[in-house]
Ligand binder design. Structure first.
Ligand code: NAD
Length: 271
């Protein structure tokens, strides 16, 4: 395992489960101090903290730290308070991972305004609020900083019946690029990861159902869903100094889903 985050202070939002937990553990395996954000589930957040501490112990990082921060990322004051607490505890933040995200299916013409507001609130407003607070801090001291957003293949692929989710990830592409351009000359890099279908709680609808899972995986050129750890590895790269000349990009980690899988066989040219 590499050691790219020794002495770095990292906030991972929505880290009580799924990809967020895997990112927290991965960055801890590389020596990072991890602030675990979560909105509701104290038990699952505690499990993430346990795994982070186990990763620190296994790596021999005796001085590495892990703190829990309960805050709804869609709410301005709790976000500002959370960043304030991290700075009060550790004096500095180096990396922000905007991972928190939700979705809910509905035919678009029957969808509820309240659900639209909630999904955009967590996925996009939350990303804005956390990024703004982090950038204010990055600009206040030397050394810049890195932000990595958890987007989706649905940043560029439409997702019928998940309109709010699709819009939030499409917006995240522009948020990533606009912030990257605005702060590129001040040592702040802003990138995103675009996962495909990953085995996490957000996909409970098909993960444990062999028929449904087979259907999902039949659409993926690599023939399988991804693991959270495979996504966490991409976050670790983009958050690290190894990606020092990369900003404003979304790196898709999706088993080929963005490659127009329907074109695996020629059907449009007569052969
Ligand atoms: P998940 O449901 O395990 O993770 C989402 C996390 O966000 C949860 O821990 C949840 O508690 C947290 N959260 C929700 N509302 C919050 C709020 N208001 N404040 C703080 N945290 C909040 O599912 P996941 O798959 O790990 O999703 C993580 C991210 O990955 C999401 O942004 C999702 O859109 C993205 N993603 C997932 C997949 C996939 O196939 N699993 C694919 C593409 C993108």
């Amino acid at each position: 395992m590499q050691q790219r985050f020794i002495g770095k202070n990292i906030l991972v939002t929505g880290a009580s489960t799924g990809i967020g937990r895997a990112i927290a553990v991965r960055l801890a395996q590389e020596g990072g101090n991890i602030a675990v954000n979560y909105s509701r589930n104290d038990v699952e957040a505690g499990k993430t903290a346990e795994r982070v501490r186990a990763a620190h112990d296994a790596g021999g990082y005796a001085n590495a730290k892990c703190n829990l921060h309960k805050a709804d990322v869609s709410q301005e004051q709790p976000v500002n308070d959370m960043i304030g607490e991290i700075l009060a505890n550790w004096g500095r933040l180096d990396v922000l991972i905007n991972n928190a995200g939700i979705q809910k299916p509905a035919a678009s013409h029957e969808s509820l305004t309240a659900d639209f507001d909630r999904i955009l609130g967590v996925n996009l407003r939350g990303c804005y609020l956390c990024s703004r607070a982090a950038i204010r801090h990055f600009l206040s001291r030397e050394g810049g900083g890195a932000i990595v957003n958890n987007s989706s293949v649905h940043e560029i692929i439409p997702k019928p019946k998940y309109l709010s989710y699709s819009i939030s990830k499409g917006g995240m592409e522009n948020l990533t690029k606009s912030l990257a351009l605005e702060y590129a000359d001040r040592g702040i890099r802003v990138n995103a990861v675009g996962p495909g279908a990953i085995v996490t709680p957000i996909n409970m609808a098909w993960i444990d159902d062999p028929v449904a899972r087979g259907e999902v995986e039949s659409h993926i050129p690599m023939g399988r869903a991804g693991e959270a750890e495979e996504i966490a590895a991409v976050f670790a790269f983009l958050a690290s100094g190894e990606a020092s000349y990369i900003t404003g990009q979304t790196l898709f980690a999706c088993g080929g889903l963005t490659l127009y899988p329907e074109f695996r066989v020629a059907w449009s040219s007569g052969e």
